[in-house]
Write a protein of this length. Structure first.
Ligand SMILES: NC(=O)C1=CN([C@@H]2O[C@H](COP(=O)(O)OP(=O)(O)OC[C@H]3O[C@@H](n4cnc5c(N)ncnc54)[C@H](OP(=O)(O)O)[C@@H]3O)[C@@H](O)[C@H]2O)C=CC1
Ligand SMILES: CC(=O)N[C@@H](CCC(=O)OP(=O)(O)O)C(=O)O
Length: 310
């Protein structure tokens, strides 16, 4: 029998992208709910309990409710794309490349929390440097980022695309999260292995998909002897042997005059850069990804495949 997959929230932004990625797959059976019934709790509960893997593409509260709907079911496994369980100790964090053992943890987990889009970039840059002893305890990390507007789901897509929308946003680029209490800070801190919560300043640009996450660092506040080259080498070593996260060679980064936030739109990979000048005093670490690819739906399908390989 083929494993049964149910995407709760399949008609939303993340859910639709997962469905697109699953089109044509014959190794799984996709359970589906009609769009008009997407909020029918009884129907969702039946489908959730019938699935081998349920992928939740819902707001946080609805995700928690979906998890409670399968509380008595020992078989169904869950991938939650919301923020609800990303720092919960009994959930595996679904960023397979963040540690050598993480893919195995995801493969064997009952409950997997899919990472946030911004944290995928930030943790991808920070965690290897914490593990290599380059980024010291207590370093005041800052994370600055720009996302495609699909990151805000159906509501923001309508605000950005529909000029007749009463809450239409006409700005080509805007900052938000101005209280510095963005919901992604706890997972960046926990899975970035940071002692202090980073200052996180997100923004949105007038393009549907794509993302740049930046972490600038002062070299003289890092471990003794840290250089542009040693930071790059630590990232290269951390990501050796896998194909999703690429570290750009220093020679490539040195040639670039600019980075386009949409370059990886439609792709499920992430590319990391170390910018600066050899012998200089600062570096800027940059992650390039698609907020809906490695930042959400691409990672969810990757995690599902890992779980199916158990
Ligand atoms: N967009 C992105 O880049 C990313 C999103 N995520 C996360 O994925 C989750 C889904 O986000 P996204 O796809 O963007 O959001 P959307 O608003 O685009 O889609 C959410 C879907 O869930 C449905 N829904 C809402 N409440 C309920 C409920 N109580 N019961 C059943 N269905 C419900 C919505 O239906 P209706 O149309 O009726 O509202 C909609 O179909 C969120 O937790 C989000 O934070 C994670 C990473 C990136
Ligand atoms: C542009 C935009 O609004 N982005 C969303 C985050 C998108 C995302 O990653 O959501 P999850 O936390 O559910 O994973 C935000 O800042 O709330």
């Amino acid at each position: 029998m083929k494993p049964k997959i149910f995407i709760d929230g399949e008609h939303g932004t993340t859910g639709l992208q997962i469905r697109t990625r699953m089109a044509g797959r014959t190794d799984v059976e996709l359970l589906s709910i009609p769009e008009a019934e997407r909020r029918n709790a009884a129907m969702r509960e039946d489908l959730l309990n019938d699935a081998d893997i349920a992928i939740l593409c819902l707001p946080d509260d609805a995700s928690r409710e979906a998890v409670s709907m399968v509380a008595g079911n020992n078989r169904v496994r869950i991938i939650d794309t919301s923020t609800a369980h990303r720092v919960a100790p009994d959930w595996a964090y679904g960023f397979a490349e963040m540690d050598k053992a993480q893919a195995e943890k995801i493969r064997d987990a009952r409950h997997v929390a899919n990472p946030g889009c911004y944290p995928t970039g930030a943790i991808g840059l920070i965690r290897p440097l914490r593990q290599a002893g380059i980024l010291p305890d207590g370093y005041p990390v800052t994370v600055n980022a720009v996302s495609g507007y699909t990151g805000g789901g159906k509501q923001m897509i309508a605000q950005m695309e529909d000029e007749k929308n009463p809450d239409h946003i006409s700005a080509p680029h805007f900052l938000y999260g101005l209280t510095l209490k963005h919901k992604h800070v706890p997972e960046m801190k926990m899975h970035g292995l940071l002692e202090r919560a980073p200052i996180f300043s997100p923004s949105v640009g007038k393009f549907p998909q794509g993302m740049i996450v930046q972490v600038p660092l002062y070299l003289d506040d890092l471990a003794a002897g840290a250089t542009l080259e040693s930071i790059h080498a630590a990232l290269v070593e951390h990501y050796a042997g896998q194909s999703i996260v690429e570290v750009a060679p220093l020679a490539e980064s040195a040639q670039l005059a600019r980075i386009d936030a949409t370059e990886l739109a439609g792709k499920d990979t992430m590319k990391l850069f170390v910018f600066g000048t050899s012998g200089g005093t600062h570096v800027n670490l940059v992650a390039l990804l698609d907020n809906l690819g490695k930042g959400a739906s691409g990672a969810a399908v990757q995690n599902m495949d890992l779980m199916l390989s158990a």
